[in-house]
Design a protein. Structure first.
Length: 321
């Protein structure tokens, strides 16, 4: 007779095999594997190869400044729709709406011969589509993993920072976050943008007081030509905050630090919405990955809900997803 611990370990092994050893890769292109692209910018490195993505996501990526080999992969990408099943290798798959723009998708995975039902998510908006599953593969995010997250950005707060003079550097992680932030502010605020983000925004003003910039490009040469008066850090984990703090220390001859404000990414799921989503998915077990500080607080909260939670350590996370 298999006890609960043995059953959990057996299921974890099956889930890991499903997402790391099948022909399908999730947001992390690998040799000889077909990669499902869930969101614009979710991939740490956009390696050319066989790609699958929602139609809107693929169309959006066509706007980006891709290399010739990346553009060839994009032209050959398999276009899918939400709610329609397809297959890769021994897996039956279905993309469902994550609630985020630009074709953002979660992915349901089930072995063709039957077995555990998994739902892979990269990030969730305020109205993600739930799917009944046995395991929910979740990435810890500030909006729900932190007990008291910063407030979402608002146009009034940006205007206050702009009054300091110079430009306000608004640091976000992906083009999805950049788009959500501009949508949250509406026409009240105009933005300039890094070339990585500009193609996805409806209007970009190179002379705007607000400058959208990637978390990982704070040391980029292109930022040096801007006179930054304040920094707004959006949805950033501790390692990114430390990098920005180091950058702030290097600015200006007087040694005075540029003002910094931390905010949450607008349009993302919070604790009440995630709890409702988890319930609608059938109260599945959760495999949690991401920043160690966020997974610690996030897993504790999920367990309070009654979820069985396994935290995927950073050392093994890279091989898993």
């Amino acid at each position: 007779m298999v006890d609960a611990t043995d059953e959990l370990e057996q299921q974890l092994h099956e889930v890991q095999h499903m997402v790391s050893r099948e022909r399908l890769a999730l947001d992390d292109p690998a040799a000889d594997r077909t990669c499902f692209l869930s969101h614009v910018g979710a991939q740490p490195k956009l390696v050319p190869g066989p790609w699958i993505g929602h139609r809107d996501l693929v169309y959006a990526m066509a706007l980006a400044n891709l290399s010739p080999v990346q553009r060839t992969s994009l032209a050959r990408a398999v276009l899918i729709e939400h709610g329609r099943e397809f297959g890769v290798g021994r897996l039956t798959l279905e993309a469902v709406a994550s609630g985020l723009p630009l074709g953002g998708s979660s992915l349901r995975l089930v072995p063709r011969q039957g077995g555990l039902r998994c739902l892979y998510t990269w990030s969730l908006g305020t109205t993600p589509t739930p799917v009944v599953c046995d395991w929910l593969l979740l990435r810890a995010q500030m909006g729900w993993a932190v007990e008291h997250p910063p407030r979402d950005v608002v146009a009034k707060g940006l205007s206050t920072l702009a009054a300091l003079g110079g430009q306000v550097l608004v640091l976000v992680d992906t083009a999805v976050a950049a788009l959500q932030l501009t949508q949250a502010c509406g026409s009240a605020v105009s933005f300039g943008a890094h070339p990585r983000f500009a193609p996805y925004l409806e209007a970009v003003d190179p002379d705007a007081k607000m400058l959208l910039w990637p978390h990982d490009a704070v040391d980029a040469h292109g930022l040096q030509r801007h006179r930054i008066a304040a920094v707004m850090l959006v949805g950033a984990p501790e390692p990114v905050l430390q990098r920005v703090e180091a950058w702030r220390e290097r600015q200006g001859p007087s040694g005075e630090r540029i003002p910094l404000v931390e905010v949450s990414t607008p349009g993302r799921v919070d604790r009440p919405r995630l709890a409702a989503f988890w319930e609608a998915c059938g109260r599945p077990r959760v495999l949690l990955r991401g920043d160690s500080a966020w997974t610690a607080t996030g897993s504790a909260w999920l367990r309070e809900l009654g979820a069985t939670v396994e935290v995927q350590g950073r050392a093994t996370q890279l091989s898993l997803i």
